[in-house]
Design a protein around this ligand. Structure first.
Ligand SMILES: [Zn+2]
Length: 84
């Protein structure tokens, strides 16, 4: 989706959120529990309304403690690994 093409309908009407931390009201956040907050980069297809979101790798100083996404998710009891 970050290539500009929708994986569901192949449309190129794909838009990316320009949210920035600390003040934008449209920034999407991922709450991992334990107070760990990660910014989300989001894409939406205007043709079929498919949405994709990507979590940023590190917590931001504004909220976090510089934890990695892997550390925050695997140590939180709010997330369970999906069995393949
Ligand atoms: Zn689409």
């Amino acid at each position: 989706m970050n290539s500009g093409k929708c994986p569901k309908c192949n449309s190129t009407e794909v838009y990316k959120s320009k949210g920035t931390l600390g003040g934008s009201q449209h920034t999407v956040l991922l709450m991992c529990g334990n107070g760990d907050v990660f910014e989300i980069e989001s894409y939406v297809c205007l043709s079929c309304r498919h949405i994709e979101m990507f979590a940023m790798e590190k917590t931001e100083p504004l909220w976090g403690k510089g934890k990695s996404l892997t550390e925050a998710v695997t140590k939180s009891d709010k997330w369970a690994k999906v069995k393949p």
